[in-house]
Design a protein around this ligand. Structure first.
Ligand SMILES: O=C(O)CCC(=O)C(=O)O
Length: 240
């Protein structure tokens, strides 16, 4: 899997997370999601009919299994190092009426601005899973394989000319997508009548930080329920 991730910029672990945990997360999150959509319908923050919102850390929206899955962490740590931290927990929602996004990367600045195309080992990876099944009709994320290893302009040209095809990544409940945020990707139109929530955890090397996405705090009672070994890789504010 690490080889595939490093070659293509993404890999999918099929049927990996326990479906009941995801079902419980979706059931608890759905009223919050619909409330958010109602109050923000005029302020989409990821393009028309698309929203990003931070995920709550209250169970069952939060489950330690989402963050500390052994198989996922082996890949994340194997591709980066043992000291990675999680610093984002959020949800991308494509609503009915959403369009194709421009293919883009998920970092704001190159690490070394004077050498933007410097080829570097990964220092952030995004782990995503679907809160409900995502078929091609639901607006799956599409990723252009191999573009994380190319100079940006060349990658953009290769995708625009379709020399490299964007690949849709439909997800069943329990499937886990792991991707390099600098592989070109885009959200696609949700043609169903139901919101499409894709939740993500970002893991970064311990020395990296950019605060690029809003995050919620971890309630103190949840923080206190984690062992020191589990607290160490959670880089989130701790609330009351
Ligand atoms: O929702 C998706 O499928 C992808 C969203 C995305 O890449 C973004 O909004 O930056």
């Amino acid at each position: 899997m690490i080889t595939e991730l490093s070659r293509n910029g993404f890999c999918v672990l099929k049927s990996h997370l326990a479906a009941p945990l995801i079902d419980a997360c979706r059931e608890a999150f759905w009223p919050m999601l619909t409330g958010y959509i109602e109050s923000h319908c005029d302020q989409p923050n990821r393009g028309p009919n698309r929203h990003f919102l931070p995920m709550p850390f209250d169970p069952p929206c939060f489950a330690p299994e989402f963050f500390f899955d052994g198989g996922v962490l082996d890949i994340i740590r194997g591709a980066m190092d043992e000291r990675v931290v999680a610093d984002q927990w959020g949800c991308d929602v494509a609503l009915p009426g959403s369009q194709n996004q421009e293919a883009h990367v998920d970092y704001q600045r190159p690490l070394f601005e004077e050498t933007p195309d410097l080829s570097l080992p990964p220092y952030m990876l995004v782990v995503s899973f679907a809160l409900r099944r995502i078929t091609n009709a639901d607006g799956p994320i599409e990723i252009a394989p191999g573009t994380h290893r190319m100079p940006r302009e060349q990658a953009v040209r290769a995708v625009a000319s379709r020399e490299i095809e964007l690949q849709p990544v439909p997800l069943e409940i329990g499937d886990v997508l792991i991707r390099h945020p600098w592989a070109l990707h885009r959200g696609t139109p949700n043609t169903t009548g139901t919101p499409r929530p894709l939740v993500s955890i970002r893991y970064v090397r311990r020395w990296y930080s950019d605060n690029s996405r809003e995050t919620n705090s971890i309630p103190l009672y949840i923080w206190n329920s984690l062992t020191p070994e589990r607290q160490a890789p959670m880089r989130f504010p701790v609330g009351d």
